[in-house]
Design a protein around this ligand. Structure first.
Ligand code: SPV
Ligand code: MN
Length: 621
């Protein structure tokens, strides 16, 4: 009996906490893994503030975090070579190692054996934290309970900031809890308290048992179970059950006369997702992961999380006043992989002077310091981050965040890092057109959010490819079918903040604030638009007015024409690339090819009539 075993393995107080959850499956899982990991101590986190405090304290006690000067601020470092998601060593376990397009797979039996061997007795001399959280708002249609086992107090601490507590939910649900499991060990640590055995770093996702194993790493994207590890599991569940689990922010755009319209947005990492969701005059609900469920024919969205694990590079008082203010207030924040000098955190491009020495992700740091490969080490890592709860943001929409029914999604946005093809903003003709030519056709230049070369244009449908856990064809079919469950479909939009000409940006960082207002007006049919071969684009007059109203800026006809011209050769090349990509896969819905063909035909007709580069003024009738 698992409970008897647990009674022997745990101190009385900890055992009582587990015993009061009536779930034999959970008990069996815990007993098996505690025996296997062999921790010297086990702490079970209930939802009490004391237990959360205990985890916070242990992160400091074990040296995984250190105090900064501002109360409630701490700093955590990951190993210099453990600064991003490790795609190469992350695998989806499939029966017989069945391969799936764009997914790193591994034979399930072999993978389980390997990771179990790596984890055997790995917690000797260490403390194991058992934590309970939920994905989505509590006691709601979105809720998925999850249990996390980790020997990293930093990981547990991060989860308390980022997720809703779930111990009471487990007690309430008892045997009904269909829960996710996460087993993590940071492995042996070096003198800087960072994971040492990176050659044995692995993240294995077992879809069958809805369990993710992560070992010999600390970086949040590899270790925070409820974030990207869970995302693989929810994508699978969503495709099986007919809803959407997306790499999307959720935000409120404020329209005329107090109108509130909610948008989701999918962008690859480092392409403006968080900064869009945090536009100061709008309201944030979430910045990374959204569940969208059909409820009585309406698409309703909820933030999977309740906090932000955001990129800190480039956060400056002018462009990001809200984040800046939050980062400089004494609320609970974990800074990771930043430069610290005299108890203060500093990061690249923060718009203020940075000290020339201090401590950072490379250890003691001085300007000009080089790493083993001979690269100069910047003050902070490009992927350095801050972890903070959304409740501390002055512009959070708390009602939307905690609404058990979520919010109605008015629009869905897809965006990537694209220098020369897509206009800054456009609206799809309909659901299918948007899903295929915008979502499924998303490409973006690679960034420092994953290990590997940067600046390479890469196929990244729905900005989700890094996390895909099912066949891409099934995923797209689910998207197309989702419309059938709706009486009212969200409008679909595509944005591109990264257009360049002669090496210069065509847009300013805050222009996205104007695009959002335009999209809000379109959702309600308040403004007309120009029909182009690739969807609807804004009219000059509307943007001119919005630029003045929102940013107090003149918007010239020349700027508009340059930004919104239809770049036919680049668009056609892109369709060829996307088509070729999907032709290589089997099991892709035929509608995808039909949509691409329709777009190609419209572009070719327009090219015949108007040439390669078509001014929006020419298309306006
Ligand atoms: C991303 O890279 O998309 C992130 C951070 O949101 S991570 O947790 O690393 O995935
Ligand atoms: Mn993300």
């Amino acid at each position: 009996m698992s409970l008897e075993k647990l009674e022997k393995l745990l101190e009385k107080e900890q055992f009582e906490k587990i015993k009061s959850i009536d779930n034999p499956e959970l008990h069996a899982f815990l007993a098996e893994w505690i025996e296997w990991l062999e921790p010297s101590r086990v702490f079970v986190c209930s939802d009490s503030p004391e237990d959360e405090d205990y985890v916070r304290w242990k992160a400091l006690y074990y040296g995984e975090e250190r105090m900064l000067e501002t109360p409630n601020h701490t700093v955590h470092y990951d190993n210099y070579y453990d600064q991003a998601r490790d795609k190469a060593n992350t695998a989806i376990l499939t029966p017989g190692g069945e391969s799936l397009p764009y997914i790193n797979t591994k034979d399930r039996q072999e993978g389980l054996k390997e990771i179990r061997n790596l984890m055997r007795g790995i917690m000797r001399g260490k403390e194991l934290f058992i934590c309970f959280f939920v994905l989505g708002p509590k006691n709601s249609i979105f809720t998925i309970p999850a249990v996390q086992l980790t020997d990293s107090a930093y990981v547990a601490h991060s989860e308390f900031i980022l997720y809703r507590k779930g111990y009471e939910e487990f007690r309430r649900l008892g045997r009904q809890a269909k829960f996710f499991r996460f087993v993590h060990s940071e492995g042996e640590l070096d003198e800087r308290k960072t994971s040492k055995n990176l050659d044995k770093r692995r993240v294995y996702i077992d879809l069958e048992d809805e369990t993710v194993y992560s070992v010999n790493t600390q970086y949040g994207g590899n270790t925070i179970g409820l974030k990207k590890p869970a995302f693989r599991l929810t994508i699978k569940r969503a495709v099986e059950e007919g809803w959407l689990s997306e790499h999307m922010f959720l935000m409120r755009v404020n329209g005329p006369n107090g109108r509130k319209t909610y948008f989701t947005g999918a962008y690859p990492s480092m392409c403006g997702k968080t900064s869009t969701a945090m536009i100061p005059w709008e309201n944030i609900v979430g910045d990374d992961l959204t569940f969208i469920l059909p409820v009585n024919g309406v698409a309703r969205g909820a933030n999977v999380e309740k906090g932000v694990f955001g990129i800190i590079q480039g956060v400056n008082p002018e462009d990001d006043p809200i984040i800046w203010k939050v980062l400089h207030s004494p609320v609970e924040i974990i800074f990771s992989n930043v430069l610290v000098k005299d108890g203060k955190p500093y990061w690249n491009d923060m718009g203020v002077e940075i000290p020339e020495d201090g401590e950072n992700h490379s250890g003691r740091w001085w300007k000009g310091k080089k790493d083993r490969e001979g690269n100069e080490i910047p003050p902070s890592h490009k992927n350095a981050r801050f972890t903070v709860s959304l409740e501390h943001f002055p512009n959070v929409d708390l009602d939307a965040l905690e609404n058990p029914c979520g919010v109605e999604v008015g629009g869905m946005i897809f965006g990537g890092r694209d220098k020369d093809t897509w206009p800054p903003v456009r609206e799809a003709f309909d659901w299918k057109h948007g899903v295929i030519t915008m979502g499924a056709s998303l490409e973006s230049e690679t960034t420092a959010a994953t290990l590997g070369k940067e600046g390479v244009r890469a196929f990244n449908p729905m900005a989700i490819l890094d996390f895909m856990s099912v066949h891409l064809g099934d995923y797209i079919r689910n998207y197309l079918d989702f419309e059938k469950r709706l009486k009212k479909t969200p409008r679909i939009f595509a944005v591109n903040y990264f257009l360049r000409e002669n090496g210069k940006w065509l847009n300013h960082k805050l222009d996205k604030g104007v695009w959002l207002k335009w999209m809000e007006l379109r959702v309600h049919g308040d403004v007309d638009a120009i029909e182009t071969p690739i969807g609807y684009i804004p009219r000059y007059e509307d943007l001119e007015r919005l630029f003045k109203e929102i940013l107090g800026k003149e918007y010239t006809r020349e700027a508009y024409e340059k930004q919104f011209k239809i770049r036919v050769p680049e668009l056609l090349e892109k369709i060829d690339r996307i088509e070729e990509t999907y032709r290589k896969l089997n099991n892709v819905p035929e509608e995808l090819f039909e949509e691409l063909e329709g777009e190609r035909r419209r572009l070719l007709e327009a090219q015949k009539k108007y040439g390669d580069y078509i001014s929006p003024f020419v298309l306006e009738k």
